[in-house]
Design a binder for this molecule. Sequence first.
Ligand SMILES: NC(=O)c1ccc[n+]([C@@H]2O[C@H](COP(=O)([O-])OP(=O)(O)OC[C@H]3O[C@@H](n4cnc5c(N)ncnc54)[C@H](OP(=O)(O)O)[C@@H]3O)[C@@H](O)[C@H]2O)c1
Length: 210
Amino acid sequence: MNITVIGAGNMGSALVKQLTRAGHRVAVTARNPEKARAVAASNPGASAVAPANAAAQAEVVVLATVYGDAVSALQSVGDLGGKVVVDITNPMTADYMALAIGHDTSAAEEIAKAMPGTDVVKAFNTVFAQVLAEGADFGNGKTVPVFVASDSARAKEVARTLAESIGFAVIDAGGLKNARYLEPLAGLNIYLGYGAGLGTNIAPTWIRKA
Ligand SMILES: NC(=O)c1ccc[n+]([C@@H]2O[C@H](COP(=O)([O-])OP(=O)(O)OC[C@H]3O[C@@H](n4cnc5c(N)ncnc54)[C@H](OP(=O)(O)O)[C@@H]3O)[C@@H](O)[C@H]2O)c1
């Protein structure tokens, strides 16, 4: 798949690593072009691109910026009409102790409202960057899931294909509105990882009694 990753930080660089290893063609763009170049240089199959028209060849755009930069970052990469946008953001407060928005909306829904004509899917937001970079196989018979939520069947399918291509399991979490549940779930994951000291090699999952 032709993928543009916006953001070359913890999550962006981990995504570029995994997606290129899975054989996808990945363009990466960042506010600081040096960061995008560094990420591309260490991942064969990736190219660093300037923001303008960064998404021209992309079938799917993965948004890997902080929530506060999300809409301006999407608007900076050219026309996204008809494209799938994978939103991995969590709208955390600056101290990471709470969500800045929630209950009656979500980051994913606000992004979808601001980017009409795109198909937004929430995914990967409950996966720590460390887990993304190291891989979904936890070595104990457990595979880390990616929860996907979208009102677009096509966007959900694209997110599923991407997640499965890099080894993650997928849990269909319903419509985009359910990002209102997935973003707090990521908040709990952050609390457990940092606040409760479990570390960032953990991930939420769902189990069914045999
Ligand atoms: N870290 C995690 O474990 C984790 C897990 C799940 C979800 N998330 C979510 O994933 C998102 C990214 O997290 P992160 O830890 O990767 O953050 P990060 O390390 O701060 O990286 C954010 C990246 O976005 C770039 N950026 C900002 N504005 C941009 C623009 N207009 N155009 C292009 N790039 C732009 C930044 O560039 P500059 O550095 O040049 O400013 C930076 O490379 C956040 O929304 C976070 O809530 C994070």
